[in-house]
Design a protein around this ligand. Structure first.
Ligand SMILES: Cc1cc2nc3c(=O)[nH]c(=O)nc-3n(C[C@H](O)[C@H](O)[C@H](O)COP(=O)(O)O)c2cc1C
Length: 212
C-alpha cells in the first residue's frame, strides 16, 4: 500500500494563464525571448537560469544550471569553462537540451538543439564586461576537476586581485545552441496543461499541440 507521506500529498493547482498556438509568434525564438522578458519583468528569482542537459561518452545524462546571456542569430548563448564536464560532454555529443522553469509564471520551455562554440571575439567581449572578481573566478577554477581544498582557490584569487589586467583564459568562453525543437508549457487546472511544440522543418517552423 502506498503511504500518504507529505511528499505524496504535496501538490499545487495551476490556473494563472492559458496557452494557444495563436498566443505565440510564428518564430518560437521570439516566443522564448518574450517569456524570458516576462520572467525578468515579473522579478522571478533567476529569470535567465536554464538547465542544460548533455550526455557523456557512456551515454549517461547530466544536468546543470547555466545562465542565458544572449540570443544571437536565433541561437541561445551561455558561458562556461570549455574543459568542464559539460565542455567534455558537448565535445563528445553536440546535441543538448535546455530547460527553463519559472514556477511563479507556471511556465516551462524545453529546447533541443546543437551546441557549438561562439567566436572567440564574442567571448572576449563578454569576459571583459564581467566584474573583476568574476573574471578571476573563471581564471582560477579548473571547473569540474578534483581539487585539494577551497583555500587553494582563495589564495589564487587573492594573488590575481593584485593584477591590473585579467585576460580571458582560452579554456573559458561561450556556447551557442541552435534549436530545432522548442516546446512551450503552461500549467493549467486539473493537470490538463497546455503544450505547444515548434519543430524545424528545413527552414520553416511547424507547430502543433501535444497532450499534457
Ligand atoms: C543559478 C545558477 C547559474 C549558473 N550559471 C552558470 C553559468 O552560466 N556557467 C557555468 O559554467 N556554470 C554556472 N552555474 C554552475 C553550474 O550549474 C555547474 O555547477 C557548473 O557549471 C559545473 O557543471 P559541469 O561540471 O556539469 O560542467 C550556475 C549555477 C546556478 C545555480
Amino acid at each position: 500500500m502506498v503511504k500518504e507521506t507529505h511528499l505524496a500529498k504535496h501538490r499545487k493547482e495551476y490556473s494563472k494563464s492559458e496557452l494557444s498556438i495563436s498566443d505565440l509568434p510564428k518564430n518560437p525564438i521570439a516566443g522564448v525571448k518574450t517569456w524570458v522578458d516576462l520572467a525578468i519583468s515579473e522579478d522571478v528569482l533567476e529569470p535567465t537560469a536554464m538547465n542544460l542537459g548533455t550526455v557523456n561518452r557512456s551515454l549517461e545524462p547530466n544536468i546543470r544550471t547555466v545562465l542565458l546571456k544572449d540570443i544571437i542569430d536565433e541561437e541561445f548563448v551561455f558561458y562556461t569553462n570549455y574543459e568542464s564536464r559539460k565542455g567534455d560532454e558537448i565535445k563528445a555529443f553536440e546535441n543538448v537540451c535546455l530547460h527553463f522553469f519559472w514556477p511563479e509564471l507556471q511556465k516551462q520551455i524545453r529546447i533541443k538543439g546543437v551546441a557549438s562554440k561562439v567566436d572567440s571575439q564574442l567571448s572576449d567581449t563578454y569576459f571583459d564586461m564581467r566584474p573583476k572578481e568574476s573574471r578571476i573566478g573563471a581564471c582560477i577554477s579548473p571547473q569540474s576537476k578534483k581539487i585539494e581544498s577551497r583555500e587553494e582557490l582563495i589564495e589564487k584569487h587573492e594573488q590575481m586581485m593584485k593584477l591590473d589586467t585579467i585576460k580571458r583564459p582560452k579554456n573559458w568562453g561561450g556556447y551557442k545552441i541552435k534549436p530545432h525543437y522548442i516546446e512551450f508549457w503552461q500549467g493549467r487546472m486539473n493537470r490538463v496543461h497546455d503544450r505547444i511544440v515548434f519543430e524545424k522543418e528545413d527552414t520553416d517552423w511547424i507547430n502543433y499541440r501535444i497532450a499534457p
